[in-house]
Structures are given as structure tokens and as C-alpha cells.
Design a protein around this ligand. Sequence first.
Ligand SMILES: Cc1cc2nc3c(=O)[nH]c(=O)nc-3n(C[C@H](O)[C@H](O)[C@H](O)COP(=O)(O)OP(=O)(O)OC[C@H]3O[C@@H](n4cnc5c(N)ncnc54)[C@H](O)[C@@H]3O)c2cc1C
Length: 396
Amino acid sequence: MDLNYTDQDLAFREEVKTWLEANLPADLQHKVLNHLRLNKEEFVRWHKILAKKGWVAPAWPVEWGGTGWNATQRHIFEEECAAAGTPMIMAFGVSMVAPVLMKYGSEEQKRYYLPRIYDCTDWWCQGYSEPGSGSDLASLKTRAEREGDFYVVNGQKTWTTLAQFADMMFCLVRTETTERRQEGISFLLIDMKTPGITVRPILTLDEDHEVNEVFLENVKVPIANRIGEEGKGWTYAKYLLGHERTGIAAVGRSKRELGFLKRIAGAQSKNGRPLLEDALFAAKLASLEIELMALEMTVLRVVSAEGAQKGPGPEASLLKIKGTEIQQALTELMLEAIGPYGMPFEREYLEGRTPHALDDDAAPIAAYYFNFRKTSIYGGSNEIQKNIISQMILGL
Ligand SMILES: Cc1cc2nc3c(=O)[nH]c(=O)nc-3n(C[C@H](O)[C@H](O)[C@H](O)COP(=O)(O)OP(=O)(O)OC[C@H]3O[C@@H](n4cnc5c(N)ncnc54)[C@H](O)[C@@H]3O)c2cc1C
């Protein structure tokens, strides 16, 4: 296994960098680099720019719009996007439901949904978790009963990220009560405009509206919107989760944030000297940087071992744990570095209504710190990932 980049890889990196410099809108870059919140229009705008270039779904098969890049090129692309400060491409459509559609969807479903995911005609959300059914997802209770050509769905989903923007939700429902709880679950695609759906916000620690409760009351979903076989949804759901966890490692973004942390720590002073020169702080920073380098090497090993079309295995759990621990440690050190300057909480500033009025690194950091507590919970909590590692990798 050779972890060095080839000359072709380096030329590819240059091509991506040059294109991003010319095409990433300055207002979006400013918001991302300064930890400001983006709205729906801003996410969609960037999605469409990448789609037009043909780079929005690099991992997809070429026939559906994939780039045909190898795993190393995809990794380089993600790194360069993170370094430049591009908005995230929402995973729910491109990286989560799309792979499921490609593997288990009917030809008709693929032909209808994949192009709409590619150009962001539809914004997707994920309807897995329910009150009392998070880690123990197989205990989910939302029911779907057949009535002619429809399922009638009743129940409640929770923590549904950005459901307030969503046109479509991929949703796990119980179509049968069986002894083995993983059986009898089906995977439905639900149009969020269907009568009977109510989306209610849950405000998080940083006062953000990122997650929601979704209530489903006699929601009629065409049977044609079911993926694969009735009662086999658990298989499709698990396949999707592996894709969710790999993306959460976000090494490129952590490298960018490490640079940001060094910058603010260099500007803050402690006892008349830059914080960066304080032995205790410098040791914490160095230890975090080493962890991040080790994670990057691990990601490269996984990437180089992974065939172009092979889905991620249990190593996705490893990357998820380490990646999120590093992200949280970074936000902790940021908060430590800015100290009391993190106190101001200006909603208008965070929402970017005055994007260039305040050039203050510190203002969004407390909110950013609070927001990042979520990373060890979503995508399956880190404790659950440890259970997966002990069973699937260590064989315990
Ligand atoms: C910001 C955010 C966004 C989210 N977005 C979505 C979304 O878009 N769609 C969606 O469907 N879900 C979403 N989730 C839900 C997320 O997947 C769940 O929160 C997660 O799976 C944990 O479930 P829970 O909250 O019910 O906690 P619980 O399962 O009740 O767990 C509580 C605690 O017990 C621990 N625990 C539970 N079981 C075990 C075990 N067997 N072994 C060891 N420890 C255990 C957990 O690690 C955790 O610390 C989101 C969550 C957050 C925080």
C-alpha cells in the first residue's frame, strides 16, 4: 500500500483548487470560514454550481452523473472543498438515499429520483429516529397499513435534521409486527407535502433550528414509493447508515479548523505572550494535531483499500468515533482560546444578516462549540459504534 500521492493526483489537486478559486462564491465562503449559519438558498446555490460542473456526486456510477474518479481523487476533492470553505453538500440525498436507490430501487424509482437528487430539485430528510427508538432503532413504532394502492402511515419521527426545508423524507415504518423486530420494517419515500404531516422545531443548545419533530397522521403514501420488498427495510436502512458514518469523519474540515484554531490562539495573549506559546496550550494543540494526522492516515488506508464501488464496512464506525472526538476537541480548544470573547451571542450575526459588518472571529465560537456536542450522538452514538467495532472487527 502506497500512501504517497502520484504526479497525476497532484495535478488533479491543482485542477480542483483552481476551479474552486474561480467558482466558489465569496459570500458563501465567508460564511463557512467564519462559522456563520447558511440558509436553504445558500446550500442549494452551491449544490447547483457543483451539479452544473458535474462534480456534485463523485461517488455515483458514471451513468448517473458520477465523475469516475478513483477513491484517492474523491478524497483529494473533499479535502480541497473543505480547505476552500465550500458549503456542505447535504448527505441525505446524494450520499444516503441515492446509494440505497441505486442498489435496491426499481428502474422507475432510479430514473425519477436520482436526477432530482443530483440537481437538488428535492431536498431530503431522514426519518429513522423516534422518541424511544434511537440507538434501539428496531423498536420503532410508526405504522404503515395497506389500503388499496397506498400505505396509511401514523406515528412520530424525531431529531429530523432540516425537515423544515425538506421536499421528501426517507422513512422507516413498521408494516408488520414480528417476533424478530428487525423484520417487518419497510423503507418508504414520503412526499413532505402530503396532508397529515406536521413539522415542529426543536431548538438546540445554540438556539439553532436544525432538528425537528415530524408527526404523521393518516399520511397516504403510494405503495410505489416503497423501496425493495415489504418488511425488508432493515437491510436497506443498515446499508445507508454505513454511508452516513464515513462522511462524518470530515478530516478536511478538521484540518481547516486546526488552522483557524492556531490563528486565534496566535492572536490571543496569556501573561503578555501569544497563547500559542503557552506550554500547556501548545501541548494540547500538538496532541490534537497528531491525532488528526493519524486519522488522516487511517482514512487514506481505508480509501486505498476500498474498491471504487465497494460500500464502507465496519471501519466506518472507527472513522466516525475518531473523527467526531477530534471535531469536539477542536471546538473545546477554540472556546478555551477565545475565553470571555466567546460570550456575545448575536443571532443576526450568526444568521449572516450582516455578513461583513463584524469581522470578529470570536462571536460564533460559543454557538459552534455547543452545536458540535451533537456529533458524538448523531449517525448512531459513539457508544453504539464501539459495540459495532467489538462485534464486527474484534469479534467479541
Ligand atoms: C443533531 C442531531 C441530528 C440528528 N438528525 C437525525 C436525522 O436527521 N434523522 C434521524 O432519524 N435521526 C437523527 N438524529 C437522531 C440520532 O440518530 C439519535 O439521537 C441517536 O441514534 C441516539 O439515539 P437517542 O437520541 O434515542 O439516544 P438513546 O438511544 O436513548 O441513547 C442514550 C444514551 O445511551 C447510550 N446507549 C444506548 N444504547 C446503548 C448500548 N446498547 N450500549 C452502550 N450505550 C448505549 C447512547 O450512546 C447514549 O449515550 C439526530 C440526532 C442529533 C443529536
